[in-house]
Each structure stands twice: as structure tokens, then as C-alpha cells.
Design a protein. Structure first.
Length: 422
């Protein structure tokens, strides 16, 4: 991503808390994390033996996770003044403080005092280090204030990986599946030939009443157990509406990349690792015409993906890609898939930090993730829920979505969700 000018794939995790921040406790947690997890100052580099990228500490001395204090104008508090929480998030996901290719911090703490009785903890992190499942585990660790060195990933050489030829055999069913996609001419919101700009976002916070309305419509449309297909179809239909407005002469297909947990028990994977694997599924214009049939179609395709044991093939394909420099595995995507990776990024992380109601002595009023996205596809739509409140994050790159298209996106989402998008 850095080579193509698309940024560093940073994300912000935001916890809006009641009361006042206990800076001493937060600083202690930052020191403890830095001491117990050397990977938080490691760099990522490829081995000259097998080309697999690994985290390397290079003798870096343990250091606390950097902590920066902020406050809003007119709010007396320690730290630097900043106009808004949104401005802080913008700085985090477009920042340069985290560079996984150089020794230095891979996690940052930002504390923002919003008012005398409300504050926010904003964590900046790299998707190369962990994903939303890993961040959930980290937040649960912080909430319990038990920073156990045993959670640090084992050092030394990882287990031997299959040869490339063996991986190709395992990945071949997924390669065959992907050969079907180009005939549908899937598009994304990335404008070909345009250089991606800054990362932008919009956080829509639905109150308890609005969340209840959304859940009632979901239950009537797809059932309470089909969260991922339902919200994925809402996101896909919204992006399809924008694509169809740009290319009215084409039938707009949507290529979805859905993250699914590799193992049912996340404790079996280290804290700092990728817990999710993408399942790539295509929805045709006919399947996306109405929400309920779209949800059913996506669920059937997901079940078929599992039945044909494509997750194992997808995992082998990802292992092959990990061994290749990005210039090599980007080439087939830009030639074979006409420059598209998928139509959008989407995830529904479910309950935000389940089992944790407070952080550093303050009640968590709300929490959500704001990931940056690459272009292509240029847009991501993400959902999470905390304490009966659904939060939706729209994330896109400058140049991929105009103001009118953003309004069309929000209007389509509002129609499917059953309530206006704030």
C-alpha cells in the first residue's frame, strides 16, 4: 500500500467514556503493554530465505506505548487543544507515526477530554499487526488490567509452511472460483487512473430506539441469526446504488470480501495476529434487486462456500500471497480483475468488547472502529454494537466518493435499515 501511495492501512478504535480519565492508570497500562509485548515496537520485514514477512525486534529495548493527551476548546484539561473528536480520528488514520517497516511504535494511545464528564480513548493501530478480533482481545486485556506476558506471541522461527507447489494445489479450487468473477464485470468506487487521496469517514451512531427499529426490520426480513448476511447486503446494495448511478448502462454486480473468523475459539491464536480470513462472494444485479432475496442469496452462497471447503483453499491462497512481494500479487488483480480487488470492504463485529462495561474506572458509553481503506475498492462499511446502540462507520478515500454519492449511499442504507442515517 505504501508503494502505491495508498497509505499504511491504519485504524482507529474509539471508546467514548463517562466521567474523567484516570491518566495515571492509563499511563500504567501503556507502560505495562510496552514492557510485556516487544512486538509493539517491532518492524515487519521479509526473510531472504523464504520471502515470508515476519516481525523483528532487532534488540529494541522495551518502551511504553506512546500516550498523547488532548482536550476540546474551552474544556480545562491537560494536553493539546484539538477542534473535535472527528479531527483526532482523521489525524490518526492519516498519520505517519506508525510505520511497520521501521522500528518504532505500532500502537498509540490518545486520550481526549470532551467535557468535564465525558472523554474518549482513541487507539491507533496497524491492520498488519492485528484485526478487529485482536483489538477486542486487547481491549478486554486493558479492561481487566491484567497484562500477562504469556499473551505475547512466541518468539523464534514459526512452524514450517508448505511449499509453494503444495499451496497452489490447495488453493486451486479458490483460483477456479475467482475465474468466474471477471465475466460479471464487478466494479468498485475507485476511479481508475486517480491517485487515492486522504482517508475520510462518517460515524453514524444509532440510539437505542433507532437500533430497536433496525433490529425489528432485520428480524422480519432475515431473522435475528443472520446478522452478517443482512448487514452485508445493506452495505452491498448501497454501494451498488452508487455504481449503478455512475454506469447506468451496466448491470452492477458486487464482489464482497467478508471476514470470517478462522477458528471458533479466538484464544487459540495469539493476540497479535490475523484472526480473520476473507470469503469472496459475488452478488448479481438480480440477486441485489431487493433486500430480503439478497440476504437469502448471500446466506446460500456462504453455506455453499463452506460446503465446498473453500475456506481451506482461501487460506492456502492467502499463504501464497504472503510469500510474494506486493508488486507480484497485485499484478494479477490489476490485469485479470481489471484493477478491482472487490467492490467494498465490510464487516460486522457484533458486540463491541463483550464482557467489558468499563475502561480504567469509567463506564463505556459507546465504542466503534474506524478503519482506513485502500483504493481499490476505495470504500468500506462497518457495523458494531454496544449496550443496545448500533454504530455504522463509512470509510472511503478522497476521490472515490463525491458529496452527492455519499448522500445516495446514506439514503440507500436508511431505506434498508429502516431508519435515517444520522
Amino acid at each position: 500500500m505504501r508503494r502505491t501511495g495508498q497509505g499504511r492501512h491504519l485504524a482507529a478504535t474509539v471508546l467514548e467514556c463517562e466521567g474523567s480519565p484516570d491518566i495515571a492508570r492509563i499511563r500504567h497500562a501503556a507502560e505495562s503493554l510496552g514492557r510485556n509485548h516487544p512486538i509493539l515496537r517491532a518492524k515487519n520485514a521479509r526473510s531472504k530465505k523464504d520471502w515470508i514477512a515476519r516481525w523483528q525486534t532487532d534488540g529494541e529495548a522495551p518502551a511504553p506505548v506512546p500516550l498523547q493527551l488532548w482536550h476540546l476548546p474551552g474544556v480545562p484539561a491537560e494536553g493539546t487543544e484539538i477542534p473535535s473528536l472527528e479531527e483526532l480520528i482523521h489525524r490518526v488514520i492519516n498519520g505517519t507515526d506508525i510505520d511497520i517497516h521501521e522500528p518504532g511504535p505500532n500502537l498509540l494511545f490518545h486520550v481526549l477530554v470532551l467535557s468535564p464528564d465525558r472523554w474518549a480513548l482513541v487507539l491507533a493501530w496497524s491492520h498488519s499487526l492485528m484485526d478487529a478480533v485482536g483489538m477486542t482481545k486487547l481491549l478486554q486485556l486493558l479492561a481487566s488490567e491484567s497484562h500477562d506476558p504469556a499473551d505475547t506471541p512466541p518468539s523464534g522461527e514459526p512452524a514450517a509452511s508448505p511449499s509453494v507447489s503444495e499451496l497452489y494445489k490447495q488453493a486451486y479450487p479458490m483460483i477456479e472460483e475467482m475465474r468466474k468473477f471477471p465475466s460479471w464485470r464487478p466494479r468498485s468506487l475507485h476511479r481508475k487512473g486517480a491517485r487515492p487521496g486522504a482517508s475520510r469517514f462518517h460515524v453514524a451512531r444509532f440510539g437505542r430506539e433507532e437500533t430497536a427499529v433496525i433490529r425489528a426490520k432485520m428480524a422480519a426480513t432475515a431473522g435475528e441469526l443472520l446478522l452478517l448476511p443482512y448487514f452485508a447486503c445493506c452495505a452491498a446494495r448501497a454501494v451498488q446504488a452508487v455504481i449503478a448511478a455512475r454506469f447506468p448502462e451496466e448491470g452492477a454486480s458486487v464482489l464482497l470480501s467478508l471476514p470470517v473468523q478462522r477458528q471458533s475459539d479466538p484464544a487459540k491464536r495469539p493476540l497479535f495476529s490475523n484472526h480473520m480470513i476473507p470469503y469472496t462472494l459475488l452478488l448479481t444485479p438480480e440477486e441485489l434487486a431487493e433486500l430480503k432475496p439478497a440476504t437469502s442469496a448471500l446466506y446460500r452462497k456462504y453455506a455453499d462456500f463452506m460446503r465446498r471447503k473453500l475456506p481451506a483453499a482461501m487460506h492456502a491462497l492467502m499463504q501464497m500471497m504472503e510469500r510474494c512481494p506486493s508488486r507480484f500479487y497485485n499484478l494479477p488483480a490489476f490485469i485479470y480483475m481489471r484493477g478491482e480487488i472487490c467492490s467494498l470492504f465490510h464487516s460486522h463485529t457484533g458486540a463491541f468488547v463483550p464482557g467489558a462495561e468499563s475502561m480504567f474506572g469509567s463506564r463505556i458509553a459507546n465504542g466503534y472502529h474506524v478503519p482506513s481503506v485502500s483504493a481499490p475498492p476505495g470504500i468500506g462499511i462497518f457495523f458494531s454494537e454496544h449496550d443496545g446502540q448500533l454504530t455504522m462507520t463509512l470509510s472511503w478515500k478522497d476521490g472515490c466518493l463525491s458529496l452527492l454519492e455519499l448522500e445516495l449511499l446514506k439514503e440507500t442504507l436508511a431505506q434498508d435499515l429502516g431508519t435515517p442515517v444520522p
